[in-house]
Write a protein of this length. Structure first.
Length: 245
């Protein structure tokens, strides 16, 4: 395991403002730490779309406060949080993330946890908020390695969207996806590099990934049912990360 980065380090700080798509989960928390280690100002945005695991929305403020307390230099950079009501997305979706349904694969080869257009909509609305706030960088936890079944998490999709947003807003808009080509074990390693044991503890205790919204079961890697695809992915990544330590 490498030594954590110095959170107070100012040399080489990118002067731009970044807006992080922040769900309150492991990936978006790692991305938030990544952005705070790089950009002069960072804001967060979340979305309430009627998700079954909407307990993640309650975790967002807890994680933000925990990061501020543990890393004062990051806290000084952490600006406003924005929470958008996207109930319409839940109304027009029929998925295992927006309805009480069993999680399974569909005939088209995609899991029924895929919410069509979700990340496309998230990034478009985030870009509008970023434009208004003077931010020019959008940071998301999309990961082609972990979620290759989700077409709106793929690198080509995000690159195309970056071009469309920049053209449509007539201003450069950068879409950063620091987790795009790393697996969950490497995501654990990245958060350790960024913030050491303190950041790992925040992710384990306060973030939420479980698709079923379970918070009353505590595992070494964090809270969750332990059996849904999101929990299995997080747990397996933790085991590989620990094995490589």
């Amino acid at each position: 395991m490498g030594a954590p980065m110095n959170a107070a380090q100012g040399a080489g700080t990118d002067p731009r403002t970044a807006l992080v798509l922040f769900s309150g989960g492991q990936d978006s928390t790692a991305c938030l730490a990544w952005a705070l280690s790089r950009y002069a100002q960072v804001e967060t945005i979340g979305f309430d779309y009627g998700q079954r695991h909407r307990v993640e929305l309650q975790c967002r403020g807890v994680v933000r406060q925990a990061l501020t307390d543990a890393f004062p230099a990051w806290g000084a950079k952490l600006g406003e949080d924005h929470l958008l009501d996207l109930g319409l997305l839940g109304q027009i979706s029929s998925t295992a993330l927006t309805e009480a349904r069993a999680i399974e694969m569909q005939a088209n080869g995609l899991p029924n946890t895929f919410v069509p257009g979700r990340n496309l909509l998230f990034l478009n609305l985030a870009a509008v908020v970023a434009y208004r706030r003077g931010a020019s960088v959008l940071v998301g936890g999309m990961c082609e390695t972990d979620y290759s079944g989700y077409p709106d998490c793929r690198d080509n999709t995000l690159k195309a969207l970056q071009v469309a947003l920049s053209l449509g807003l007539a201003t450069p808009m950068t879409v950063e996806t620091p987790l795009m080509f790393i697996d969950k074990a490497q995501t654990w390693a990245l958060s350790e590099q960024l913030g050491g044991a303190a950041l790992q503890a925040i992710i384990q205790e306060h973030t939420h990934t479980c698709y079923l919204g379970v918070r009353d079961q505590r595992h070494e890697w964090g809270h969750g049912c332990g059996t849904c695809p999101a929990c299995e992915l997080r747990a397996q990544g933790w085991l590989r990360y620990r094995a490589a330590a």
